[in-house]
Design a binder for this molecule. Structure first.
Ligand code: FES
Ligand SMILES: [Fe+2]
Length: 335
């Protein structure tokens, strides 16, 4: 069973692409195996509908936006953001029947991204107040498709035992044993986790974090898991720099998810260049991607199928919470 394709996960918002991408024209994406097409309507709001014209089923991938509606490239039928066909160039009838329609999805703008939910969302888009704080700046990374389960992606962020083996740019090669967490607390929309790691500064960190290279440091960190596949990681550097990284894993199909990430931090370009921040973050994420692509994509939600150790505790809490939520969802939907 592939967890991320379970119908339960259709009831959440996922980041799909930067809003700026839609300013260049329609964008086709596959969310949980459902092909969708996204564009900006006349008021600049994003829209998402099935990527299949209801006339002769052409995709709308090569369509164009005409006065905020999407026009099929085959015979020119036009659809509004609700998926309703509003224009048939060759049609001479008085009114276009209401059934000439394509399925539309929940679609919103947040944090410079377009988010889509295939069914009525049971949770809001994660709350990240620092994004709106003028003392902070935001740096977006290029999205990439990772050949792994979104669940594995999320759990990797809470895995304090992998740095020693996976990362050359994070952690301390001299200490394989992870530190114990300082706090773990369930939240209404996820989980809070506080845990520091031992770290040995390197040249990339020195540039990106304005810290000393070749020296040991304690890296205090706080994590906020937002159900189901988004995490906010706050890193507190010794120089009062607060480096917040958002990681989100959007389910695409049985084997793939979209890695979406951006950093929010309380410094300016004159303090640290964007290119130095990107260089460190991408070096770390490439290392995570490489190992996660070696993990089977059919990661189970079950707590027992895989063997566990102490540092997997947060992963188990995440699975338990998703199991509880999904079983109440399925019970409710079978009433
Ligand atoms: S297939 Fe789209 S208008 Fe004919
Ligand atoms: Fe990692």
């Amino acid at each position: 069973m592939v967890i991320a394709l379970e119908p339960f996960f259709e009831s959440f918002f996922y980041p799909i692409c930067p809003v700026s991408k839609l300013k260049k024209g329609p964008f086709a994406f596959t969310l949980m195996k459902q092909p969708i097409i996204l564009w900006l309507d006349e008021s600049g709001e994003p829209a998402a509908i099935d990527n299949k014209c209801c006339h002769r089923w052409a995709t709308l991938t090569n369509g164009k936006v005409v006065k905020g509606n999407i026009q099929c490239s085959n015979h020119g039928w036009e659809y509004n953001s609700k998926g309703q066909c509003v224009k048939i160039p060759h049609y001479s009838g008085d009114e276009i029947p209401a059934r000439y329609k394509i399925k539309a999805y929940h679609c919103k703008k947040s944090y410079d991204y377009v988010w889509v939910a295939l069914k009525d969302p049971i949770m809001p888009i994660p709350d990240i107040p620092e994004f709106f704080n003028t003392n902070y700046r935001t740096i977006h990374f290029e999205n990439r498709s990772w050949r792994c389960s979104p669940l594995a992606g999320i759990e990797n962020n809470f895995d304090n035992a992998h740095h020693h083996y996976v990362h050359t740019q994070l952690g301390d090669k001299a200490s394989a044993v992870p530190r114990r967490p300082e706090a773990i607390q369930e939240m209404e929309n996820g989980l809070y986790f506080k845990s520091a790691i031992n770290n040995y500064g390197n040249p990339l960190q020195a540039k990106a974090w304005n810290v000393k290279s070749n020296s040991k440091m304690n890296l205090p960190r706080e994590f906020f898991w937002f159900i189901p596949f988004t995490v906010k990681m706050v890193l507190y550097l010794p120089n009062d720099l607060c480096n917040i990284t958002i990681y989100s894993y959007t389910p695409i199909d049985e084997t793939t998810c979209l890695w979406v990430s951006f950093i929010i931090r309380n410094d300016r370009e004159v303090d640290v260049k964007t290119s130095d921040i990107v260089e460190l973050s991408m070096a770390i994420s490439y290392e995570d991607e490489a190992i996660l692509e070696q993990v089977s994509p059919d990661v189970p939600l079950s707590l027992k199928e895989q063997k566990n150790m102490e540092s997997d505790y947060v992963s188990l809490l995440i699975r338990k919470r998703l199991l509880e939520l999904s079983s109440s969802y399925y019970n409710y939907n079978s009433l």
